[in-house]
Design a protein around this ligand. Structure first.
Ligand code: FAD
Ligand code: FES
Length: 374
């Protein structure tokens, strides 16, 4: 038999082994980026970190928390940071989340930027106020068949200074669905006056990592990490009529906003129309509270609508999609000619459809504020 028959495979495997060793050594050499300096907001702050890790992670290890609704998986687009130095072209994983303007301004997804050399970045000053809290779950209440109200107690002496409408990132530990601790964004449903506590409304997304954990395993008395506050969804202090629309756990920021206005004694200082859409009566919650507010405050109007009312629901309120009900009220019931601002929270599909209705009635995008729960 030809000797080459035996030698050829040995030679190939030998070359492969040498190549693997070379790649491994060069990888170690190449990946040893040493210390990297991050210059933030033109010298306002500067930190030195070990190179090689994603910018998002390195910043969080230094107590600077950039929003991250997907825990760094490159699937939420929340972790945008403007980079003032040249770090090369955008990765294909970043471009779907960046507008043309952001691309031209060198905005990047911080979870996709691997720190290799010194870097200069620009972040909103408000991020310097974001903190991580190791809280304890105080109370869990089922407010519907798929939404839990979760109240957490912050460590003794801590409080989160936030504006109603903002959100926090809650973290669940590794469990059978996920190997590492995982964070997602949840709007605060408590008012800022409730010092020492934060409340969230968590709707179960079937198969979802964080919501499945919260619904199946989270117990009162358990520790829970929260990072807060984040976000720009907040009430603009004008006299404009507030046209608010929510569905499901989109109720959360509005509960906080209305309670905050009550606490500050300004609930009746402007007109508020709150439209809440649900499928059936079992998806409605906080009805009593909202109806009580409507009878107490002349300028607060609450409209709940069911898209699929069941015979046993005995529903005498509005029916149909919340978009149609919103259109009907804008046409028939709400005063004409007033200045309006839109505030929306909930699923992206519902929000897009409602924003189209608002635009049809002359509301402009610069006066429509929203958080898409995606
Ligand atoms: C700013 C902001 C505020 C938010 N506030 C709230 C809040 O107050 N309450 C709340 O319940 N949620 C809120 N969310 C949504 C939340 O962050 C999570 O996306 C959601 O809870 C799903 O997380 P998960 O880990 O369970 O699912 P994942 O493991 O992330 O997702 C599992 C699967 O479900 C899909 N999916 C994700 N979200 C949805 C959805 N909403 N409906 C249908 N399918 C989905 C994903 O595409 C994926 O295929 C908010 C999101 C943002 C960006
Ligand atoms: S953290 Fe979600 S895309 Fe970067």
């Amino acid at each position: 038999m030809d000797l080459a028959f035996f030698i050829a495979p040995l030679a190939v495997s030998g070359i492969s082994a040498v190549l693997a060793a070379v790649i491994s050594i060069s990888d170690r050499i190449l990946n040893n980026y040493g210390d990297v300096a991050i210059n933030i907001n033109k010298g306002k702050k500067s930190v030195t970190v070990k190179g090689g890790a994603p910018l998002l992670i390195s910043l969080s290890e230094q107590g600077i928390f950039v929003p991250s609704a997907c825990g760094g998986r490159g699937s939420c687009g929340a972790c945008k940071v403007k980079i003032d130095s040249d770090i090369g072209p955008h990765l294909p994983t970043e471009t779907p989340y960046l507008t043309k303007q952001e691309l031209s301004e060198n905005v990047h997804l911080s979870c996709q930027v691997k720190l290799k050399t010194d870097i200069e970045i620009d972040i909103p000053e408000s991020l310097f106020n974001v903190r991580q809290y190791d809280a304890v779950v105080e109370k869990i209440v089922d407010v519907t068949h798929d939404i839990k109200e979760v109240l957490i107690k912050l460590p003794e002496g801590s409080e989160v200074s936030f504006t109603s409408g903002q959100y926090g990132q809650i973290e669940v530990p590794p469990y059978e669905k996920v190997k590492e601790a995982t964070q997602r964004a949840y709007s605060m449903s408590s008012a800022p006056s409730q010092k020492g506590y934060l409340e969230f409304l968590v709707r179960l997304v079937p198969g979802g990592i964080v919501t499945s954990y919260v619904h199946q395993y989270l117990k009162e008395g358990q520790r829970m990490r929260v990072i807060a506050p984040f976000g720009e969804f907040m009430v603009r202090e004008t006299d404009a009529t507030m046209v608010c629309v929510a569905g499901g756990s989109g109720m959360a920021p509005f509960k906080s906003i209305f309670q905050d206005r009550i606490d500050r004694g300004v609930m009746d200082e402007r007109d508020i129309w709150y439209f809440f859409g649900a499928r059936t009566k079992k998806d409605l919650f906080y009805l009593e509270w909202l109806e009580e507010l409507q009878s107490k405050y002349e300028r607060f109007h609450f409209v709940a609508a069911l898209s699929e009312p069941q015979p046993e629901d005995d529903w005498t309120g509005e029916t149909g999609l919340i978009t149609d009900v919103l259109g009907k009220y804008l046409t028939e019931t709400m005063p004409k000619g007033d200045v309006r601002e839109g505030y929306l929270c909930g699923s992206p599909g519902m929000l897009d459809a409602c924003m189209n209705v608002m635009r049809k009635f002359g509301m402009t995008d610069d006066k429509i504020y929203f958080d898409k729960f995606a």
